[in-house]
Design a protein around this ligand. Structure first.
Ligand code: ZN
Length: 429
């Protein structure tokens, strides 16, 4: 299958430097066939601009004028996809006051480095689930102004009054105005429609809702249900008109089930997922995005006195330690898993550490890699162009030294990054 001409045109425009005139020949010592769940040895991938031209058994050198990249000591795999990041922020002790001090350009400049770190860690595609300037950041990457992953952006998240993504939580009265649906706070089915249509106008790619309380918001509960099922259904229905899928942040079981029944595409975190919730997710084909590393991170920080406001610290200590175990149960039960880290809570560029936590919880390495490639691409609705190394797909290819099925920590040492046929990182010659 060839990439349609229209898409090729857009992508060529997006490249930071023009790919070499000849083809690029990647000599891979090993290559992960994510579809079949196996590792092939000695495979050559021929890349012709933004599309993969050929995948051949054996190591070949191409024609004169072709560029050969020696990855014989590495394992090649499709560009990694993280379906839950926040590229325009990174939590620190002083994050609570950022809302009072920073202007959009401050978020924008800061996010440039986060985007580059993410790309160089091997993540060639991300879904950004809520951030001040994520749509503009996506556009800047696509236009080649900055280096970063391909971004599918939610823009501002949708919450209810006082809910996890209400931007005025914890503020004093005169500052806490009543945010409108356009700003992301809804309280009815009509508001829900307005908010989704505003995201379309903003240029978003996906809708994010906060179906239950969360850890880092200044509010007492980390798990209460925060939307009615009617409101969620209205969001999902209107989202379909615009080709949006809906991602739902959910810790508590009740809000999670409402979101699944309401038709969301993925549940993020899912901390208190129970048997009934897992059965519902399997029935509806809902993806689970565990973000184990975010749980580990908030648990660790909850032990540092004064790092979080007290109302947040309590929730972080309670919820953080549970996510890895929830992930283990969901994987065992056969719930569909897509890889996501919530980076921006944890440090950007550390995304690959999630693989170690997944394997530790009982998922085979190749399944974890599939969750960050083919399965993540399917959740995004982009498995026609992303997620596998096959002729006609976009040339997003990364490599790690050694063999990640022998040592999963290799996923944190990505040594080759190609996006749209452009090389951003390669092993020293
Ligand atoms: Zn998040």
């Amino acid at each position: 299958m060839r990439v349609p001409i229209g898409i090729l045109g857009i992508l060529l425009g997006a490249a930071i430097s023009t790919p070499a005139a000849g083809a690029t020949i990647l000599q891979c010592g090993r290559l992960v066939d994510v579809r079949a769940g196996r590792i092939l040895s000695n495979v050559t991938v021929v890349v012709d601009g933004p599309a993969i031209a050929k995948v051949e058994q054996g190591l070949t050198t191409g024609a004169p004028g072709d560029v050969v990249v020696d990855l014989r000591g590495s394992t090649c795999m499709p560009g990694l996809i993280d379906v839950h990041v926040h590229l325009t922020g990174q939590y620190t002790e002083s994050s609570e006051i950022e809302g009072f001090r920073l202007n959009p350009p401050d978020y924008a400049f800061r996010s440039v480095g986060f985007a580059e770190k993410t790309l160089l860690a091997g993540f060639t595609t991300v879904r950004d689930l809520g951030g001040e300037v994520s749509i503009a950041l996506r556009n800047a990457v696509n236009r080649g102004y900055i280096k970063g992953p391909r971004i599918y952006a939610a823009g501002r998240s949708l919450a209810t009054t006082g809910g996890h993504a209400d931007p005025t939580n914890g503020m004093r009265e005169d500052l806490a105005h009543h945010p409108t649906p356009e700003e992301g706070v809804i309280n009815s089915v009509d508001d829900a429609r307005r908010a989704v249509r505003q995201r379309y106008k903003d240029g978003a790619d996906v809708i994010k809702i906060t179906a239950t309380g969360g850890v880092l918001s200044v509010a007492s509960s980390g798990q209460n249900a925060q939307f009615t099922e009617d409101e969620i259904r209205a969001i999902v229905d209107i989202a379909k008109d615009y080709g949006f899928r809906v991602a739902a942040h959910a810790h508590g079981a009740e809000g999670l089930k409402r979101a699944v029944r309401g038709g969301v595409a993925s549940i993020e975190h899912g901390t208190y997922l129970d048997e009934e919730g897992m059965a519902l997710m399997k029935q509806h084909g809902t993806y689970y995005v565990p973000t184990v590393i975010a749980g580990k991170w908030v648990e660790e920080k909850s032990r540092i006195p004064g790092f979080f406001p007290e109302v947040v610290r309590k929730k972080a200590a309670e919820i953080g330690p549970l996510i890895q175990e929830t992930f283990a149960r969901a994987h065992k039960a056969g719930v569909k898993i897509a890889f996501g880290t919530d980076s921006g809570v944890s440090t950007h560029g550390d995304n690959g550490r999630e693989f170690g936590y997944m394997v530790q919880a009982g998922m085979p390495a190749l399944a974890a890699i599939r969750s960050a490639t083919l399965d993540a691409a399917t959740l995004l609705g982009r498995d026609d162009t992303l997620g596998t190394i096959e002729p006609g797909k976009l040339s997003d290819i990364v490599a790690v030294p050694g063999d990640p099925t022998q040592d999963i920590a290799a996923m944190t040492r990505v040594n080759f990054v190609m996006k749209n046929g452009v090389i951003y990182k390669k092993p020293a010659d």
